[in-house]
Design a protein around this ligand. Structure first.
Ligand code: OSB
Ligand code: MG
Length: 371
């Protein structure tokens, strides 16, 4: 039965991270984002979360381009078309090139709405079977090696199943060597966020001595060709993050040999429908997957948990517990990662209630679009 969308409600929130998060391209102190709410004519509600940062330094989208796309192009397209199933949303958005994070912010709300209408968990609606997921933690660049070692020790004490370390030129091989010496058995990987070029091949080859699970996005944010050249001369598996925006990108990267692992982020690929298509291709071709993170608040985190219940998400991802990021999250209960495991909610849809009080405290404005 067609979903009769009656209204979209967009809220802009701003939340302060517990601790600043430093990457090779910049430091995050606050997260500014949208909570999208799809309401149907029967009074069901579905929620999504936008992931683009305020500055386009990860990929090209920003919070403001998201707002522009939603308001001026995506909402009008939804008004003109009928949604029978959430898979239709990305098809309806097809005339608009890229702007995947904007598309995913609306599509996610429709997926949650659909699951609730069908009385399914979002995980079930996607075809996921796991009732628990294994998770890791992504640790930003720290001001000293000692501080990093201490942070890793605490993360392992909390039970996280793998440690991802952000690296950049000047904070890379020597640091990782020290970390490996101190933690000889720990599953460790590194994320460069496109800080290197093929001129750094010799330097990057030192990673092969460190028994890393993988190196994430060493080269340019929009590259798959140079990554194939690098993978050909490195044993450490390359994982692509920034370069992957669609199933087609995954197929090309796989055919070229640009990577051995894929990081799926729902927003980066334009939503859950495309994430699922990528999952199915990777399952068919034996490519391991894990779910990446964009320092999400609770709603986005819940979507990531649901996606990770699909079987080819064989590696622990970056979906840590709420308390790793926030003093107070916007969902009830908060996401808890105990011993590196998150229990998948059995409640319909995203499986968490919105904490209206917390939402109101972080909300800067609300806009309502009738459909
Ligand atoms: O490259 O995965 C990334 C955070 C901000 C921007 C890019 C990335 C990250 C992370 C953190 O690694 C993931 C998370 O904990 O949500
Ligand atoms: Mg990354």
């Amino acid at each position: 039965m067609a979903i009769r969308l009656k209204q979209f409600k967009i809220r802009k929130l701003k939340m302060r991270l517990k601790t600043p998060f430093m990457t090779s391209f910049g430091t995050f102190r606050d997260k500014e984002f949208l909570i999208t709410e799809a309401i149907d004519s029967e009074g069901n509600h579905g929620y999504g979360e936008s992931v683009a940062f305020t500055i386009p330094w990860y990929t090209e989208e920003s919070l403001h381009t998201t707002i522009h796309m939603i308001e001026d192009f995506l909402i009008p397209l939804l008004r003109e078309n009928t949604v029978e199933h959430p898979d239709d949303v990305l098809k309806i958005f097809q005339p608009i090139k890229r702007n995947n994070m904007a598309k995913a912010a609306l599509e996610g709300a429709v997926w949650d709405l659909y699951a609730k209408r069908e009385n399914l968990t979002l995980a079930e609606a996607l075809g996921g079977k796991k009732n628990q997921i294994d998770v890791g933690i992504s640790i930003g660049i720290q001001s000293s090696i000692d501080e990093l070692l201490e942070t890793i020790k605490n993360s392992l004490a909390s039970g996280y199943k793998r440690i991802k370390l952000k690296i950049k030129p000047g904070f890379d091989i020597d640091v990782l060597r020290e970390v490996r010496r101190r933690f000889p058995e720990t599953p460790i990987m590194a994320d460069a966020n496109s800080a290197y070029t093929l001129n750094n091949i010799k330097h990057l080859q030192h990673l092969d001595d460190l028994n890393l699970m993988m190196i994430e996005q060493p080269l340019a944010h929009d590259d798959i060709v140079d990554h194939a050249k690098l993978q050909a001369v490195m044993n450490t598996p390359i994982c692509l993050d920034e370069s992957i925006h669609s199933l087609d990108d995954v197929r090309k990267a796989h055919e070229l040999g640009s990577c051995k692992v894929i990081n799926v982020k729902i927003g980066r690929v334009g939503g859950l429908s495309e994430a699922k298509r990528i999952h199915d291709y990777c399952q068919e071709h034996g490519i391991p997957l894990w779910c990446g993170g964009m320092l999400e608040a609770g709603v986005g985190r819940a979507h990531n948990i649901a996606l990770t219940t699909l079987p080819q998400f064989t590696l622990p991802g970056d979906t840590s517990g709420s308390s790793r990021y926030w003093e107070k999250d916007i969902i009830k209960p908060e996401v808890i990662a105990a011993n590196g495991v998150i229990d998948v909610s059995e409640q319909p849809g995203i499986g968490y209630e919105l904490d209206e009080e917390a939402m109101d405290a972080f909300t800067e404005w609300i806009k309502v679009y009738s459909m």
